[in-house]
Design a binder for this molecule. Structure first.
Ligand code: AMP
Length: 440
């Protein structure tokens, strides 16, 4: 199968070749014909599947005909990083087309964005807040919009953007093509899709299930030993680029500092950083200046770095969906990757929920020459506060695969892959986990 079957303009084929894409990914194969025909599409797909090109290529194809320097395609994304990444993908695929896009998001000066808009663009890739802001200032003319894309709609809902999305949609021409992509389908997104999509074609590619090219392992460890285990693991494992996820901004900074002191090449990425520092961390990681990036979930959203060999969950994610999104950062576009997750006694039966979604048991690993019995330093050390679930104080999004109520033992009876219930107790304090004592 090649991209030839789509009969794209030769300028677009030039871009595809320049990016080194030789064959369409499954979502591209499934979605592109419908999008090219102008149909509304609901795409259930996670990042890492090639969904950006699945909508960007047909949009470029459409825009090759018709007026230039008019805003005809609007792509809305939850984070600056994702908006920037989509903008770059369009720049790469559309390099020979002379079509122009601009990325619009907050946290940076408006002026360059306004300048680009005034010079004339055909495509805007935007986060909701700044988009509305500039629209209110009269800098954006929505009247010629032919295509709307809502990317990572479930994440926009998690981040509280749904009211803004509805405001934006009210300002668009009703006659348009609408594409909605989401890794999961919470009720609110289903309702939104029902309201805004017309007779949509639904495309599902591994939705809700982490990409198959990733192998998973959990490392039982006490909270106060996580950093030491992380260092040991990095020392013992053959890694290229490593993305480490922590639960809080504070912890992101602290873990990165500890690693830096140990002489590791590391940057951190969290929401409190200025856009410049975020971009430096991301670019440095992408270019290989930093081998390790420590990040929170929100900050890491949309990171597209090929060659991430390992995702390490220093802290457990708060939902199975978040796990899927995190590990979607490795194993991208047919490469393989490893996802390691540290699990403490406080994490309860969460591993079981992930196993349920994966449909297989995750291997438990221990490092042979690591002292798991080292006591916590007097005065606390790395304490594990009770977990708060959900983002921004709201309840965690409901995964179609797993109950999300946590904190109690309500999940104990949750369905699991048959015969996988482990009662082993090889490490003290980990009744849920059995060590395979496999070393790396
Ligand atoms: P996405 O899911 O859109 O974030 O894409 C994930 C990664 O796959 C990005 O690095 C893309 O550049 C890459 N990619 C997308 N489509 C293809 C393709 N047909 N062949 C190879 N790589 C691709």
């Amino acid at each position: 199968m090649s991209f030839k079957q789509f009969n794209l303009h030769t300028q677009i084929e030039t871009g595809i070749e320049a990016l080194g894409y030789t064959a369409p990914t499954p979502i591209q194969l499934k979605a592109m014909p419908a999008v090219l025909q102008g149909k509304d599409v609901m795409g259930l797909a996670q990042t890492g599947t090639g969904k950006t090109a699945a909508f960007a290529l047909p949009i470029l194809q459409r825009l090759m005909n018709g007026p230039r320097k008019r805003l005809r395609a609007l792509i809305v994304a939850p984070t600056r990083e994702l908006a920037e990444q989509i903008h770059e993908a369009i720049g790469g695929l559309g390099r020979a087309t002379k079509l122009k896009s601009v990325a619009i998001y907050g946290g940076v000066s408006k002026n360059p964005q306004i300048r680009s808009l005034r010079q004339g663009v055909e495509i805007v890739v935007a986060c909701p807040g700044r988009l509305l802001d500039l629209a209110d200032q009269g800098e954006i003319d929505f009247s010629n919009i032919e295509v709307l894309v809502l990317d990572e709609a479930d994440r926009m809902f998690d981040m509280g953007f749904l009211p803004d999305i509805r405001k934006i949609i009210k300002r668009l021409p009703t006659k348009r093509q609408t594409l909605l992509f989401s890794a999961t389908m919470p009720d609110d997104i289903r309702a939104l899709a029902g309201d805004i999509l017309r007779d949509p074609v639904t495309i599902r590619v591994g939705a809700g299930v982490p990409v198959a090219s990733v192998s998973h392992a959990v490392f039982p460890v006490a909270s106060h030993l996580k950093t030491a285990l992380l260092m040991k693991l990095l020392d013992r494992t053959d890694t290229e680029s490593v993305l480490v996820f922590t639960r809080t901004k504070h912890r992101t900074t602290r873990v990165a500092e500890q690693m830096k002191r140990a002489g590791l090449s590391v940057a951190s990425l969290q929401g409190n950083l200025s856009q410049n520092r975020r971009q430096d961390a991301l670019n440095g990681f992408r270019e290989g200046r930093y081998q390790i990036l420590v990040a929170t979930d929100i900050a890491a959203r949309g990171i597209d770095v090929s060659g991430i060999s390992h995702v390490i969950n220093y802290d457990m994610p708060s939902t199975v969906d978040a796990y899927t999104h995190r590990i979607g950062r490795t194993g991208r576009a047919a490469k393989t990757g490893d996802a390691f997750t540290f699990v403490t006694p406080q994490d309860g039966s969460f591993v079981g929920d992930i196993e349920h979604v994966l449909g297989e048991r995750i291997e438990r690993r221990t490092l042979k020459d690591f002292d798991y019995n080292l006591p916590a330093p007097a005065g606390g050390g790395e304490s594990e506060r009770p977990r708060s679930f959900g983002r921004q104080g709201r309840p965690a999004p409901v995964s179609p695969y797993a109950p999300v109520k946590r904190g109690g033992d309500s999940r104990r009876g949750a369905a699991r892959p048959s015969g996988r219930r482990s009662g082993g107790r090889s490490l003290s304090g980990f009744p849920q986990l059995r060590s395979s004592s496999k070393d790396r």
